[in-house]
Design a protein around this ligand. Structure first.
Ligand code: BGC
Length: 837
C-alpha cells in the first residue's frame, strides 16, 4: 500500500435498526503491541462513518507491516469488542529500497519472445519475521520458487505507461522456503511493453522485456537477507516463438530440450516510478466446457456457449503434431469461424509437443475474445472433452445481482456482466478481441456507474486513474485513452471528460474522498484548459477527434452541443469536488464558469420550447446535466418524448446519450416510455441483440441483422460494454435500489410502479454491506421485501396507488403500520404492501 491507509469495516449480525454512534481504531506494527499502550489509538470518534477513514497515526515506515482493529459504539452508547485483526504492508520506498537491477537477455530484442531467468540463494532455516518477493517487469512476468508457481496471476504487472509508472506486487514466500538452497526462476514475455498495441505495432515502450525482482528474508535477531535481480543471474531463451497479447502464443514443448543458460545483462533503472498495484490480479475466473463440438473443414469447432475472454486449455500430445487454435466471436453463414471483425488480430495459438508424454497446455502470454474456437491438428484430432475455456479477467469481487420475470432482461444483465468481466482486464478496455483493446475513456465514462453496481471496482479503477493522470497533456487536456498513447494524447468531448467523471463516480459509490483529493488538481487543470480555450462558454476549440455521440443510429446529435454539455458538466462536477474538498475559492469560480457556460448553451441552442438542432441525445444530455432553467425543462422533456414517438418508439442514442436516456425519461415522469424502450426488441434496442442470441453486449446496435448480416467488419465488436450502461437503470429503477449520497450508506428503494414486470429482485453490496430488494405482484396486490445491513439506512420512496395506503412491517412482526410515501428504516428485513383505504 502506498500513501495513507484508509480503513473500512462492516458489521456481522442481524440487529434491527442498528446504527453506529462512534468508533475507535488502534494500530500497531506488531501483533503483541496491538493490545497495549504502545499501540496508536484514534480515541473515540463520534459518527456513523464506517468506511474510507484515513489513518492519522504515526507514519509506518516503507515495507513495514501494520495491524489494526476497530471497536464501535451503538446508538445507546454500548461498546463492541475489538474486531478481528486487519493487516497491511507499506510499499517499498522508490527504487533505492529495491537494491535490484532490471535484467534482460543479452540477445535483447532478438532473443525469443519469452525468456527465463534464474538464481539461487541459501537460507539457513532460522526463525523468520517475514519473507517477501517483490516483482515487476517491463513486459509480463511469472515467478517460481523451488519449482512452485508463486504468482497466482496472469499478465503481472499489467498495463501502464511504462515510461512513467510500472506496477509491482509483493508475495509472501515464507511457507515456500527450503532450508538450504532455494531456486528462484522468472519467465518474462512482451505483454503490453513490447508486444503489439492496437494498430500501432510493437515495441511501443521498448524492444526488450526485462524483470525486476527482490527477495527479502527478515529475521527477528539478525540483519535481513536480500536476493535481488542483478548481474549474477542467468537467463535462457525458450521454445516459445511467438508471445503476443493480440496475435497469440506459439510454442513447442519438449522435456528433453536443454536450455542454454547465459549471464543476464542489467539495464538502467530508468525514470519510471515503481508503483505498488492496488487493483486485483488477472486470474482464471471460470472454467467452461464446450457446449458443442463439430467438424468443419478438417478442424473441430468448439462452442463455449458464451462470448468470453481468455484462452483454451487442452490436452495435447505428440500424436497431434502441430495444433492450431483460432478464436472468434461468431460463426459465418456457413458455420465456419467468423474472424473478419478481428482486423489484424490473429488470436491464434499454436503448440507442438515433441516429447512422448502428453501435456495439459494453455497459453499464458495472450488472451482472446471468443465464443468459438477452431482446433486443427497435423495428426490425430484433439478430444473436445479435454478442452476447457479458461475465462480470464481482473479478479473483481462481484457484488451485484439482478433477476426479474422477463428472461430477456435477465439475459441482458448477464451479458452486461460478461462484457464487464471481459473488458476489466488490467485496464478498462473497449473490446477484448480485435487489434484495439485500448482504455478508451468515453466507454468507461458511460459505464462506470453500472460497473460499481456489478462489482467492487474501486481498487481496479483507482489503479487505472493513475494512468489517466499520467496521460494528462501539458495543455491540461485528458487523453482519449489511458494508458495514453501519443497518437491519442488530447481527448475529445465525452472521452477526455472521464478524467472528471470517473473519480466522481468512485466518490459517489464508495465515498472515496482520497481519490478525489488526488485527482482534483488534474480535474481542475482540465476544466481550466477547457475554459481558457473556450472563453465564450461554448466548446468550439480543440475537440481532438470529436467522436460525437459515437455509434448513434438514425440521427447525429450536434457535436458542438454535445461538447458544450460535457464542458458544463465537467465544470459542475469539479465545482462539487471543490466543495467536498473545502476549496471554496475554486468552488465559487467554477460555479461562475459553469453558469456562463450554461447561459451560452441556452443562447446558442435553446429556442423558446425546443433545442436547435434537435436529437434525442441533445435532449438527454441537456436534461441530465441541468442545462436549462427549471421552467423550460418540461418542454424539453416533451420534445424528447415526441422525438422517440416519431422514431417509431425507438431510441437513437449512441455512446454518450445511452446511459442517461432512461434515467432522464424517468426523472421527467416518462416511466412508461422508459420501460417500453427497455423492453423493445426492435433495432436499435438493448433486447435486439438478446433476441438474436447475444451473450455479451455488442459494440453496435446493429452488429448483426437479418437483412444485412454482419456490420462493417472494420469495426464490429461483439464485446463492448458501453451500451451496457443501461445496467444502472435496471438496478435503480427496475429493482429500485438507488443510492442517495456518497458512500452508499443511505440508500433509497424506489422501483418504477406500476411495472410491466411481475417481479424483480436485486442485490447491491455497498461499503456498509448488502442491500437486497425483491418485489412482486401477487393475487392480492404488490408486495416487497427489502433487507438493510447494520449501520445502513434505506428510504422507501414508493408511488402510492390510488385508493390505497402503504403499509410496512418488520419481517416476523404481526402488525402492519401505515406509512407515508417516503419514510426511512434501518437494518433488518422489511415488508411492504398496499392496503385499500
Ligand atoms: C472504440 C470505441 C471508442 C472509439 C472512439 C473505437 O474504435 O472501439 O469503443 O470509444 O473508437 O470513438
Amino acid at each position: 500500500m502506498e500513501g495513507r491507509p484508509r480503513f473500512s469495516w462492516r458489521f456481522q449480525g442481524d440487529a434491527i435498526q442498528w446504527l453506529q454512534s462512534a468508533y475507535e481504531l488502534r494500530v500497531a506494527q506488531d501483533l503483541d503491541s496491538l493490545n497495549s499502550p504502545r499501540a496508536w489509538h484514534s480515541g473515540k470518534i463520534a459518527g456513523r462513518k464506517s468506511s474510507e477513514i484515513v489513518y492519522e497515526g504515526p507514519e509506518i515506515p516503507p515495507s513495514e507491516d501494520a495491524y489494526w482493529q476497530v471497536r464501535v459504539w451503538d446508538d445507546e452508547g454500548v461498546a463492541s469488542d475489538w474486531s478481528d485483526i486487519g493487516h497491511w504492508a507499506q510499499a517499498l520506498s522508490g527504487h533505492s529500497q529495491w537494491h535490484a537491477k532490471w535484467i534482460a537477455h543479452p540477445n535483447g530484442a532478438t532473443a525469443t519472445p519469452v525468456v527465463r531467468f534464474r538464481s539461487a540463494f541459501q537460507y539457513d532455516g532460522s526463525e523468520l519475521s517475514r519473507a517477501r518477493l517483490h516483482l515487476s517487469a517491463r513486459g509480463i512476468v511469472r515467478a517460481w520458487l523451488n519449482g512452485e508457481l508463486v504468482t497466482d496471476e496472469y499478465f503481472l504487472p499489467g498495463w501502464t505507461d511504462y515510461s512513467r509508472r510500472i506496477g509491482y506486487r509483493a508475495f509472501e514466500i515464507a511457507h515456500r522456503l527450503l532450508s538450504g538452497e532455494n531456486q528462484i526462476e522468472l519467465e518474462v514475455a512482451p505483454g503490453w511493453y513490447s508486444g503489439q498495441l492496437c494498430w500501432f505495432g510493437t515495441n511501443h515502450y521498448g524492444d526488450t522485456p526485462a524483470a525486476l525482482c527482490r527477495v527479502c528474508l527478515e529475521f527477528p535477531n539478525k540483519p535481513a537477507f536480500l536476493c535481488v535481480s542483478d548481474n549474477t543471474w542467468e537467463c535462457c531463451e525458450t521454445l516459445v516463438s511467438q508471445a503476443d497479447l493480440i496475435q497469440g502464443q506459439h510454442q513447442q514443448i519438449d522435456s528433453e530440450w536443454v536450455p542454454d543458460w547465459v549471464p543476464v545483462v542489467s539495464r538502467p533503472l530508468g525514470a519510471a516510478k515503481l508503483h505498488p498495484l492496488e487493483g486485483p490480479p488477472v486470474r482464471v475466473l471460470e472454467h467452461l466446457s464446450p457446449v458443442s463440438a463439430r467438424e468443419s473443414e478438417g478442424a473441430v469447432i468448439l462452442d463455449f456457449g458464451q462470448n468470453v475472454v481468455g484462452v483454451l486449455e487442452l490436452s495435447v500430445g505428440a500424436a497431434q503434431g502441430e495444433v492450431i487454435i483460432q478464436h472468434g466471436e461468431a460463426l459465418d453463414a456457413f458455420g465456419g469461424l467468423y474472424r473478419d471483425n478481428l482486423r489484424s488480430a490473429r488470436q491464434e495459438d499454436r503448440v507442438k509437443v515433441l516429447q512422448s508424454n502428453p501435456v495439459v497446455w494453455s497459453p499464458t502470454t495472450t488472451f482472446h475474445g471468443f465464443r468459438y474456437a477452431s482446433v486443427s491438428t497435423e495428426g490425430e484430432p484433439i478430444d473436445p472433452k479435454t478442452c476447457t475455456a479458461l475465462v480470464l479477467g481482473s479478479d473483481i469481487p462481484i457484488s451485484g445481482a439482478f433477476e426479474c420475470s422477463d428472461v430477456r432482461l435477465n439475459q441482458l444483465w448477464a451479458n452486461i456482466g460478461r462484457s464487464f468481466r471481459g473488458n476489466f482486464l488490467s485496464v478498462p478496455t473497449d473490446c477484448p478481441q480485435r487489434d484495439e483493446r485500448l482504455g478508451w475513456m468515453g466507454d468507461i465514462l458511460v459505464f462506470a456507474r453500472t460497473a460499481t453496481l456489478l462489482g467492487d471496482v474501486q481498487p481496479f479503477l483507482r489503479d487505472w486513474l493513475w494512468s489517466v493522470l499520467d496521460g494528462q497533456a501539458d495543455s491540461g487536456m485528458f487523453p482519449n485513452i489511458a494508458p495514453q498513447l501519443q497518437e491519442l494524447a488530447e481527448g475529445a468531448p465525452g472521452w477526455a471528460d472521464a478524467g472528471v467523471f470517473v473519480p466522481m463516480t468512485l466518490y459517489y459509490a464508495y465515498g472515496d474522498l482520497d481519490i478525489l483529493n488526488r485527482c482534483y488538481p488534474s480535474m481542475k487543470r482540465y476544466v481550466d484548459a477547457l475554459i481558457s480555450r473556450n472563453p465564450e462558454g461554448i466548446w468550439l476549440n480543440n475537440r481532438s477527434h470529436d467522436f460525437g455521440d459515437w455509434l448513434s443510429m438514425g440521427e447525429d446529435a450536434d457535436k458542438t452541443l454535445i461538447a458544450t454539455a460535457f464542458m458544463a458538466e465537467s465544470i459542475r462536477q469539479t465545482a462539487l469536488a471543490a466543495e467536498w474538498l473545502n476549496r471554496t475559492a475554486d468552488q465559487s469560480a467554477l460555479n461562475d464558469a459553469r453558469l456562463k457556460c450554461k447561459k451560452a448553451f441556452q443562447r446558442r441552442f435553446w429556442r423558446t420550447n425546443e433545442l436547435s438542432p434537435e436529437s434525442q441525445t441533445a435532449y438527454v444530455l441537456t436534461l441530465a446535466f441541468d442545462l436549462l432553467d427549471v421552467a423550460d425543462r418540461p418542454a424539453a422533456a416533451s420534445r424528447l418524448e415526441s422525438l422517440i414517438t416519431h422514431n417509431n418508439m425507438r431510441l437513437s442514442c449512441g455512446f454518450l446519450g445511452v446511459g442517461f436516456l432512461l434515467p432522464v425519461l424517468r426523472k421527467f415522469g416518462r416511466h412508461d416510455l422508459a420501460m417500453k424502450l427497455l423492453l423493445s426488441e426492435e433495432c436499435p434496442s438493448w433486447l435486439f441483440p438478446v433476441k438474436h442470441g447475444a451473450t455479451s453486449i455488442w459494440e453496435r446496435w446493429d452488429g448483426w441483422t437479418e437483412a444485412g448480416g454482419f456490420q462493417d467488419p472494420g469495426m464490429n465488436s461483439f464485446n463492448h460494454y458501453a451500451f451496457g450502461a443501461v445496467g444502472s437503470f435496471m438496478m435503480e429503477s427496475v429493482v429500485g435500489i438507488q443510492s442517495t449520497e456518497a458512500g452508499r450508506q443511505n440508500m433509497r428503494f424506489s422501483p418504477i410502479l406500476p411495472s410491466p414486470l411481475s417481479h424483480a429482485s436485486g442485490r447491491v453490496i455497498t461499503p456498509v454491506g448488502e442491500f437486497v430488494a425483491k418485489w412482486q405482484y401477487k393475487d392480492d396486490g404488490w408486495v416487497a421485501e427489502v433487507t438493510v445491513p447494520m449501520n445502513g439506512q434505506l428510504c422507501f420512496d414508493i408511488e402510492v396507488q390510488a385508493g390505497s395506503q402503504l403499509v410496512c412491517r418488520l419481517r416476523g412482526n404481526q402488525r402492519w403500520e401505515v406509512v407515508e410515501r417516503e419514510f426511512t428504516v434501518g437494518s433488518g428485513t422489511w415488508e411492504l404492501t398496499f392496503r385499500p383505504t
